[in-house]
Ligand binder design. Structure first.
Ligand SMILES: Cc1cc2nc3c(=O)[nH]c(=O)nc-3n(C[C@H](O)[C@H](O)[C@H](O)COP(=O)(O)O)c2cc1C
Length: 342
């Protein structure tokens, strides 16, 4: 049985924080692709409302969850970084949280909601949860996919009982799903990096694979399918889509020739993520500690204020290496073009 309920081997990757709107998901599904909706960062109440709205469309879709992280940052380290970035917050008139805040992204509540109202596919990122949670989602009728970035993570996920894998290459935009945030994400040397990871994972497990990371056009989709993936997920290429919920500041930056590279950095959230290199990255990447979700909570209000103020140099501008190919067009056109020559 295929992992995704779609006629095309193409998925809209989950993009938490706004970009993956329900209109985007609907447009991708109508075009024959499969859409993942993000649950990350949402309160249980907000996720319940999104889940109900998505069920209301009558279309199949996937839900993506952030696996809870262990509290990892020492309070002194947190306070030192808060002091380092205080000027950024002051420039936007924002107060920073004085003490580290930890949470589990309402994990238990989201699992309970998905067990009560199952969806065809649930994908996980940031590691593996208890086997019991995977089993509960599967018992409710969902196929469970784990995001992995290495063959070792793939073996661990297979061992934990998932149905398939999202193989995320180092070129991917946004957070890496790496199980170990301190492991350096490999430099992207060539266009085939994600395909290399797909081949290595395919050799390490028998699970079906969806590939993601750095797709910049139909050639990359073909290469990932040829490497052994049964479908390809794209994120960055949909960030400027008409139906996406991407902020105006983020959209403008993606189209701004003044931004000339992407970089993997943990300076915004304490977890590695690929973003356009901007002023905040230049100023703080080197000194930033690890610690998700504490750093996410530390910088959240400042990033929100930057987005509202149209300040792209204090915002996390998530982008994969294919960002220059992201177009401001209807998502259905983007999807159809990506698979036109399969
Ligand atoms: C703005 C943005 C938000 C993202 N949010 C999530 C998320 O909530 N959950 C997740 O598993 N992956 C997330 N990702 C990663 C994507 O699922 C996917 O791996 C990535 O977009 C693929 O690489 P590409 O952006 O080069 O196409 C995000 C990526 C972006 C660009």
């Amino acid at each position: 049985m295929p992992l995704l309920d779609s006629t095309l081997p193409l998925a809209a990757a989950p993009m938490a924080g706004g970009p993956s709107s329900l209109p985007l998901a609907t447009a991708v599904t109508r075009a024959g692709g499969f859409a993942f909706l993000p649950a990350g960062y949402l309160s249980a109440e907000a996720f319940e409302a999104d889940l109900a709205a998505a069920h209301g469309t009558g279309q199949p879709f996937g839900v993506n969850l952030f696996v809870p992280q262990p509290g990892a940052i020492a309070p002194d380290t947190y306070r030192a970084y808060a002091t380092t970035i205080r000027g950024e917050a002051e420039a936007l008139g924002v107060d920073l949280l004085a003490e580290p805040r930890h949470d589990d992204d309402a994990w238990r509540e989201k699992i309970a909601l998905l067990v009560a109202r199952p969806v065809p596919v649930v994908s996980l990122t940031f590691g593996l949860p208890d086997r019991a949670d995977i089993a509960a989602l599967r018992a409710a009728g969902s196929r469970v996919l784990a995001t992995v970035t290495t063959p070792d993570e793939a073996r661990a996920a297979e061992e934990a009982g998932v149905d398939g894998l999202i193989v995320q290459g180092p070129a991917a935009g946004g957070h890496s799903g790496t199980f170990d945030p301190r492991r350096p994400i490999p430099e992207v040397a060539t266009d085939t990096d994600t395909a290399d990871v797909v081949r290595a994972v395919a050799a390490a497990t028998r699970l079906p694979l969806v590939a993601a990371g750095g797709v910049d056009g139909p050639g990359a989709v073909r290469a990932l399918l040829a490497a052994g993936a049964e479908a390809v997920a794209v994120g960055t290429l949909l960030l400027r889509a008409t139906e996406a919920g991407t902020s105006a500041t983020h959209r403008a930056a993606l189209a701004d020739p003044g931004f000339d590279s992407t970089v993997v950095t943990h300076c915004f959230t304490g977890r590695p993520a690929r973003a356009l290199r901007n002023g905040f990255v230049e100023r703080h990447h080197a000194a930033a500690p690890y610690g998700y979700p504490e750093l996410h909570h530390l910088t959240r209000d400042l990033r929100r204020a930057a987005g509202r103020a149209g300040d792209p140099h204090r915002l996390h501008l998530w982008a994969g290496t294919g960002w220059r190919s992201a177009q401001a067009r209807p998502a259905g056109e983007i999807v159809r073009e990506l698979v036109a020559e399969l």
